[in-house]
Design a protein around this ligand. Structure first.
Ligand SMILES: [Fe+2]
Ligand SMILES: [Fe+2]
Length: 163
């Protein structure tokens, strides 16, 4: 669980870095993206610490998520700020589902970890809502973009659990 969560939060920081690399601080969306990015940094630091504390090795796929996350962020930002928001909506919906599954699997076990996951899940839902408010659904080809990115996230989650 910790390995895949750390991988996911790392991927999120890379997506936002890619978007900000393209958008800079030139558009209204930049402020929102920068704020979400700093929350992802906080999530990542927390999982980094938990991995170290419990002797869990990070996913071997981290270099791949670095490139793929940055590329996904940059590519969507190049399409439009709305497409960048569509990316966030898709990723966060998938992460919301992933954290929900983990909370179900944990049940009453590991209450501190459960509380952390629930807190981060609330942040991710908020990111999704802000992205929709900022025009995610107005992006060109939204349904296709949304479902392709969600599918990609599902593959990344499945791989990061195993490798
Ligand atoms: Fe996060
Ligand atoms: Fe997020």
């Amino acid at each position: 669980m910790l390995r895949v969560d750390q991988a996911g939060e790392y991927g999120a920081t890379r997506i936002y870095a890619g978007q900000l690399a393209v958008l800079g601080d030139s558009v209204p969306a930049s402020r929102l993206i920068a704020r979400m990015a700093s929350q992802e940094q906080r999530h990542l630091r927390h999982f980094d610490a938990l991995l170290a504390e419990r002797g869990v090795r990070p996913t071997l796929l981290q270099p791949l998520w670095s490139i793929a996350g940055h590329a996904l962020g940059a590519a969507t930002a190049l399409i439009s700020p709305q497409a960048a928001m569509a990316c966030t909506a898709a990723v966060e919906d998938e992460i919301d589902r992933h954290y929900q599954d983990q909370l179900g699997a944990l049940g009453a076990e590991e209450p501190a970890l459960g509380a952390t996951i629930a807190e981060f899940q609330a942040d991710e839902r908020e990111h999704r809502d802000r992205a929709v408010e900022a025009g995610a659904e107005e992006s060109v080809g939204y349904p296709l973009l949304y479902s392709a990115i969600r599918a990609g996230c599902r593959v990344a989650i499945a791989l990061s659990k195993r490798i």
